[in-house]
Ligand binder design. Structure first.
Ligand code: TA6
Length: 304
């Protein structure tokens, strides 16, 4: 059964063996398993903390949380009643439909609209769709944001938002490198919790490691990234997501995260394509789509 709809999640199964699981809560991908061309073992490619709540009681610590309409602590006047990273990752989405089911891709769509709970905190009209696509060696996620305002006011009532895929990539944090980020401007949040107040720096490293507590927001990046380590790697290709965040709390910050399993920070790196510097200003009746495709890197990239 390529798409199995359960009470709390959707399970996608590709005919060549890969699989993905998406919680209706937060439209959070909590598992992506696939082989590589050289190794038929169907291995988990995402990290989910063993202490993560998967019952809808709080955002999932791991997988791919969907961040909308704000990244980090809210800063936009229309977002000030929201919690960190917005509401999308902590609302129950609805099953919509199977989008594709063939030998190449199995994909499905979830939707979220203004529930009473959301409308108490966020008064703008909107409609979200989340489409997850599974291929033999890859996983894609698309966030569709529609401004459903019918207002004819002038200037038009834009829907202002930020969006990001908060990918927890399963990887040995001691050995992982993220490329290409060299020469980009970035904001080091380890120096301040708010991006707007962090100091702007320039990335000098050809490959970014996370040997120390890292929380960096890179601006106007390539949207094509490689996360590599000895023996493995994941590529990320994004669209409409001009920025990218690299985060690993290491023990310094990770030991203070209540739902982080012991030493969990050693087993992942977050590489998060997003639109987080500034805001998308979406006109009424327009739709914006943020896209990413994750894929296992087949050839050995890191031998030393
Ligand atoms: O994307 C990195 C980040 O913004 C970090 O600053 C850290 O707060 C992380 O997200 C996790 O946030 P959360 O609200 O899920 O604990």
């Amino acid at each position: 059964m390529p798409v199995e709809i359960q009470s709390d999640k959707v399970v996608l199964r590709h005919p060549r063996g890969s699989s993905a699981e998406v919680l209706l809560y937060g439209a959070t991908v909590i598992s992506w398993r696939c082989p590589t061309e050289r190794n038929p073992e169907i291995a988990e490619r995402l990290f989910v903390s063993g202490k993560a709540a998967l019952d809808g009681s709080k955002p999932v610590r791991g997988g791919i949380p969907v961040i909308f309409p704000c990244f980090g602590p809210p800063t936009h006047p229309e977002h000030m009643k929201l919690s960190q990273h917005g509401f999308a990752r902590s609302e129950s989405w609805s099953w919509d439909t199977i989008v594709s089911d063939d030998d190449k891709t199995v994909s499905a769509r979830l939707t979220l609209g203004p529930t009473p709970g959301i409308s108490e905190r966020f008064q703008r009209p909107f409609q979200l769709s989340f489409v997850v696509g599974l291929s033999e060696y890859g996983l894609s996620t698309d966030l569709h944001v529609k401004n459903t305002s019918t207002s004819t006011a002038f200037p038009p009532e834009t829907l202002d938002f930020q969006a990001l895929f908060h990918n927890y990539i399963r990887a040995p944090a001691s050995d992982v490198l993220v490329t290409p980020l060299q020469h980009l401007q970035y904001y080091d949040k380890t120096e301040s919790t708010e991006v707007g107040r962090a100091t702007a720096k320039k990335e000098e490293r050809a490959g970014v490691d996370v040997h120390k507590f890292t929380d960096s927001v890179y601006e106007d990046a390539s949207q094509n990234y490689e996360v590599t380590w000895r023996g493995g790697g994941i590529s990320i290709k994004a669209a409409n997501l001009k920025d990218v965040v690299v985060w690993n709390p290491q023990e310094e910050a990770g030991s203070k995260i209540g739902d982080m399993e012991a030493g969990g920070w050693e087993r992942y790196v977050c590489v998060e394509p997003g639109y987080v510097r500034g805001f998308v200003q979406l006109p009424p009746d327009h739709t914006w789509v943020g896209h990413q495709t994750l894929a296992v890197i087949q050839e050995e990239r890191r031998l030393t």
